[in-house]
Each structure stands twice: as structure tokens, then as C-alpha cells.
Design a protein around this ligand. Structure first.
Ligand code: 9W4
Length: 431
């Protein structure tokens, strides 16, 4: 572990970063530059705010996956005038090359792959050493840390933002208890965040993970998505586009009805288990595929998850059925049952889009992180007046972000005439 200390002291207060290996910085720069070339919304906002520096004087502490896309956000916050300190929000999601590149660029970076719990909280604490004026979270660990161990910082913090559904739930629970002491913007609730992440991000990256782990032909296969929410629908759309026969299983009638009308066959998992070639769970619920399902699967079935961590597939059940197992290729383990049938589990049942591919494509993260930037700008502008609790970004910002994205693709919108606007608001007009 390479440790860098400013003015060669050993005092942790003076350390500007701690990353795995600074010699990876060039590799990291290439990755970040690549992501930048795919993230036109953030890049155009960067160009605009590099001139006006609306975040000047602010210190932003961030706790969010250290990926090439996050780095584009970090560079943009810095270009808009903020001083930035950062840690990863999951000990296993830090990309060491990216961390090294940002550290070299002057970001106070405390992140490396494979941190233990103590190192994880140590890193969060270091990001707080410079007394941030704003916090940026994915999962709410940083905000919770501030509220539990660094309450003295709260008066100096104008607000924070939160990236995920899980984090927003945590914060709403804190707010309901009267324990959330500053305004937090729920970036997750922006349409240009959740809708695009879940449908297009998860859809493409999950198929990407399956293909990287197996390289199977999807055309002609029976592809089963457990769940037809946003993620299930995204996977279904993409699998269909590659020629698969798509089947879905649901517990919610409206979702199942939508699937049917979209040309996706609906059946129970008991039925789907017998006919599926590739299974992906997207439900957020545990025990979606259990022993009786594994028992009825065809030889060669491929099983994976892109929903809730690693409990959607009951791999304990599969282990009980299997007489042997072997790793066939990266992220692909073969389980042989007593009668010789083989079942392939991808990425040990963890999120296949993250473990076997690179998560959401940069183009999708572009919009999620443009919302993060907007949240920081909103806090800098009127955080003082927002009041404690969870807030949403205004709808106009969704439209602005989607508009910049469309413009970057060279696409134009029609504009309503005044007559049309009057027509749409005049309830006396006849039908
Ligand atoms: N990544 C991740 C990677 C590996 C990993 C226990 C051992 C989420 C969103 C974005 O969670 C992320 N390995 C794990 S947990 C884990 C998590 N374990 C669990 O057993 C292995 C993650 C957002 N994002 C993209 O999707 C693309 N760019 C982004 O910034 C990133 C990472």
C-alpha cells in the first residue's frame, strides 16, 4: 500500500491522499478521459461553470464509488471552484487506477480496493478533516458518520445530496425521527436519474455481464427475467433485441399485464424454470430461484442476478443439489447435479452487471451525475433557505439535463406555439 504524506510528515491530518498505487495514475487518466468523451452533459456544464465558479469557497466531501464516471463528476466539481475530498462508498467498488489519477490531480482521495471496515471509516473521517460545507453520498454512510461522530461539523454544512434509493430511505427515516440536521437533496428521485439508470443502464450492462461471462448466443434462447419492474423491463427489451424469446415472472398484476402487452410471455417461476435457457433476477426480493426451480431446470441453464445483492438466487439450495462444481471461465461456475445436468451461475449470484461488466455505461451515469452537480449548485445557491430534511430537485432541471443530452446528440425538440399553450390551459374550449 503506497501512502503519500504531504511534507513527508506521518501526521494523518496533513495527508492529502491515500490510494493503492500512484503509478497507476496514467492508466486512470485514460479511463477518465474515455468516460469524459461519453459524458456530454457533465462536460458542457463543466465548461459553463469553469468560467463562473459557482462552487468557489465550498468544500465538498464525497462518499461514492470511485469509478471513471465518478471521476468525471469530481473533476467537474473541482472545475466549478470546489475543493473536493473523496472516499469510496463500497470497499469493493474502488477502481485503484482512477483513485490514483484523481489523487495526482489534487483531489483529497482516500480510497483503495479491498478496504476493511476500519479502513473504510478511517477514509470517510479523513474526507471530513477539511470541514466540508457540503456532503455527497451514495448510501448515506457519510451523512450518518457526520451525524453520529462529527456533530461539530453540522453548523458549517449547508447541505448534502444522496444518490440511491436505499440512501434516501435511510435519510427519510432519520428525518421522520427529527434526526436529520441539514437539508439533503434526493438525487435518486430525479427522472433523468432513476428511470435511465434502471431501464437503460441495468438493461444494457446486465446483458453485457452475461455475454462477457458466457459469450452465448442469445438469439433463439428462452430468456427469463424474474420481475418486470424498470430493471426487468430493461433486460427484457435488450434480450428481445438480440433475438431471445423473453419470459417474465411477476407478483404484481399491473406489471405482468404491461409485460404481456409488450410481447413478453408471463408465467410462474415454477413453469419458467422448466423452459428457460438464461435466467436473470431483478426483483429486490430474496429466494426467487430456489431448490425446486434448480431441480426442474434444463441441462446448460444459465442463472444470474441483477437485483438485490446476492440473495435472489438461493445458492445454498443449489450447493445441496450439486455433486460437483468447477469454474469454467471468469464469473461462470458450473454446478453438476446428480443426474448429470449442468447449471451455470454467474458472478456467484452478485450483481452481474457490476461483477462481470462495468456497471451502467458512462452515457447513463452522465445524467445521474449531472443531477449530483445540480444538487451541489442548488445547495450553494439556496441551501441556507432549504431547511432540514429531504428535498427533491425541481422538475425543470430534469428537462434541462435531458435537453442538453438531446442537443449533444444533435436532436431538436418542437416548441408549442402560444396558441397551443393557451389551448392546453383553457378549460372552456370545446371538445
Ligand atoms: N460496485 C461493486 C463492485 C464489485 C463488488 C461481497 C465479494 C454501484 C454503482 C456504481 O456497487 C458497485 N463486489 C462486491 S460488492 C461490489 C460492488 N462483493 C460483495 O462479496 C464481492 C457500484 C455506479 N456506476 C456505474 O454503474 C458505472 N459507473 C459508476 O459510477 C458503481 C459501482
Amino acid at each position: 500500500m503506497a501512502t503519500h504524506t504531504l511534507n513527508m510528515t506521518t501526521s494523518t491530518e496533513n495527508m492529502t491522499y491515500k490510494v493503492a498505487d500512484t503509478s497507476l495514475a496514467e492508466e486512470g487518466r485514460l479511463l477518465i478521459d474515455w468516460a469524459e468523451s461519453r459524458m456530454p452533459v457533465l462536460m458542457s456544464l463543466r465548461e459553463k461553470f469553469a468560467k463562473t465558479k459557482p462552487l468557489a469557497g465550498h468544500r465538498i466531501a464525497g462518499c461514492l464509488h470511485v469509478t471513471k464516471e465518478t471521476a468525471v463528476l469530481v473533476r467537474t466539481l473541482a472545475a466549478a471552484g470546489a475543493e473536493v475530498s473523496w472516499s469510496g462508498c463500497n470497499p469493493l467498488s474502488t477502481h485503484d487506477a482512477v483513485a490514483a489519477a484523481l489523487a495526482e490531480e489534487g483531489i483529497k482521495m482516500y480510497a483503495w480496493y479491498g478496504q476493511n471496515t476500519e479502513e473504510f471509516y478511517w477514509s470517510i473521517d479523513r474526507t471530513l478533516d477539511f470541514k466540508p460545507t457540503m456532503t455527497l453520498d451514495d448510501g448515506a454512510d457519510l451523512i450518518v458518520r457526520v451525524h453520529q461522530h462529527h456533530q461539530e461539523l453540522i453548523p458549517g454544512i449547508v447541505g448534502g445530496s444522496e444518490e440511491t434509493t436505499t440512501g434516501v430511505h435511510r435519510l427519510r427515516a432519520m428525518a421522520a425521527d427529527g434526526k436529520l440536521m441539514y437539508p439533503v437533496i434526493a438525487v435518486n428521485d430525479a427522472e433523468t436519474k432513476w428511470d435511465f439508470d434502471n431501464v437503460y443502464g441495468t438493461g444494457q450492462s446486465s446483458l453485457d455481464g452475461i455475454l462477457r461471462a458466457t459469450s452465448v448466443l442469445l438469439a433463439g434462447k428462452n430468456f427469463v427475467t424474474a420481475g418486470y419492474g424498470h430493471c426487468g423491463k430493461g433486460c427484457a427489451m435488450r434480450a428481445k433485441g438480440m433475438g431471445a424469446n423473453v419470459i417474465t415472472t411477476e407478483v404484481k398484476a399491473t406489471a405482468a399485464l404491461k409485460a404481456t402487452l409488450e410481447g413478453v410471455q408471463v408465467m410462474t417461476m415454477d413453469e419458467a424454470a422448466k423452459v428457460g435457457d438464461v435466467f436473470i433476477t431483478t426483483t429486490g426480493m430474496k429466494d426467487i430461484i430456489v431448490k425446486r426451480h434448480f431441480e426442474s431446470m434444463k441441462d446448460g441453464a444459465i442463472v444470474c442476478n441483477t437485483g438485490h445483492y446476492d440473495c435472489e438466487l438461493n445458492l445454498g439450495d443449489l450447493a445441496e443439489l450439486a455433486v460437483s462444481k468447477r469454474e469454467m471461465r471468469d464469473n461462470c461456475v458450473e454446478h453438476t447435479l446428480a443426474d448429470g445436468r449442468r447449471i451455470y451461475v454467474l458472478a456467484e449470484g452478485r450483481l452481474v452487471n457490476l461483477a462481470a461488466a462495468e456497471g451502467h455505461p458512462s452515457e447513463v451515469m452522465d445524467m445521474s451525475f449531472a443531477n449530483q452537480l445540480q444538487a451541489m449548485l442548488m445547495l450553494a445557491d439556496k441551501g441556507e433557505s432549504l431547511g432540514q430534511g429531504v428535498h427533491e430537485l425541481p422538475e425543470e432541471l430534469d428537462q434541462e439535463i435531458a435537453g442538453i443530452k438531446l442537443a449533444s446528440m444533435g436532436l431538436e425538440l418542437d416548441v408549442l406555439t402560444q396558441e397551443q399553450i393557451d389551448y392546453s390551459t383553457d378549460y372552456f374550449a370545446g371538445t
